[in-house]
Ligand binder design. Structure first.
Ligand code: ADP
Length: 159
């Protein structure tokens, strides 16, 4: 069984992330989407909030598991017997960083291969940071994020 992990900040999960995940779930027998966190890095939502919102958004995907981790992605992958690292590519601007990350991970662990997926064009421009920006300025984010995320943020006090 080929197990893939899809690591990211998911702060919050967007429709772009979900599209990458849905395609990954069709290709691989199991996909573990993991909130990679760093306690020193400032985030918008807590790890628990991010994990819960992902869980609510992936209920329709039987072969997807949700988790979180702190540390090296390759160590987490090894622990979960995953051999594939799933990442999304939006634009050329993502490419350089993603290539560097992929090659670094390959240097750290020969067993891990990165697979890049591209979303549907309508989700290509979406990023967690623009979603946060729109939300913090009282804009409508429902087009960009799964329904559980827009519902949750509608009811969350930001002050
Ligand atoms: P990170 O902090 O690790 O970059 P993100 O949550 O921002 O975490 O993104 C996780 C992965 O999803 C990255 O590979 C990123 O390029 C990809 N991604 C984010 N948004 C989109 C999108 N709209 N379309 C395709 N891939 C995306």
């Amino acid at each position: 069984m080929t197990i893939a992990i899809y690591p990211g900040s998911f702060d919050p999960i967007t429709k772009g992330h979900l599209d990458v995940l849905e395609t990954g779930a069709k290709i691989f027998e199991k996909v573990i989407i993991v909130v990679a966190y760093n306690l020193n890095k400032k985030s918008f939502l807590t790890v628990d909030e991010r994990v819960n919102l992902i869980k609510e958004s992936v209920k329709h995907l039987d072969n997807v598991e949700v988790d979180s981790f702190d540390g090296l992605t390759v160590d987490y992958a090894k622990k979960r017997n995953a051999t594939i690292l799933l990442r999304g590519l939006r634009a050329v601007s993502d490419f350089e960083y993603e290539m560097q990350l992929s090659q670094t991970n390959s240097a750290l662990s020969e067993d891990i291969k990165t697979v890049f997926l591209i979303t549907k064009p309508e989700y290509n421009f979406i990023s967690s940071s623009t979603v946060k920006e729109i939300y913090l300025n009282n804009g409508d984010i429902s087009k960009f994020v799964p329904q559980p995320v827009s519902e949750y943020l509608k009811n969350k006090s930001i002050f």
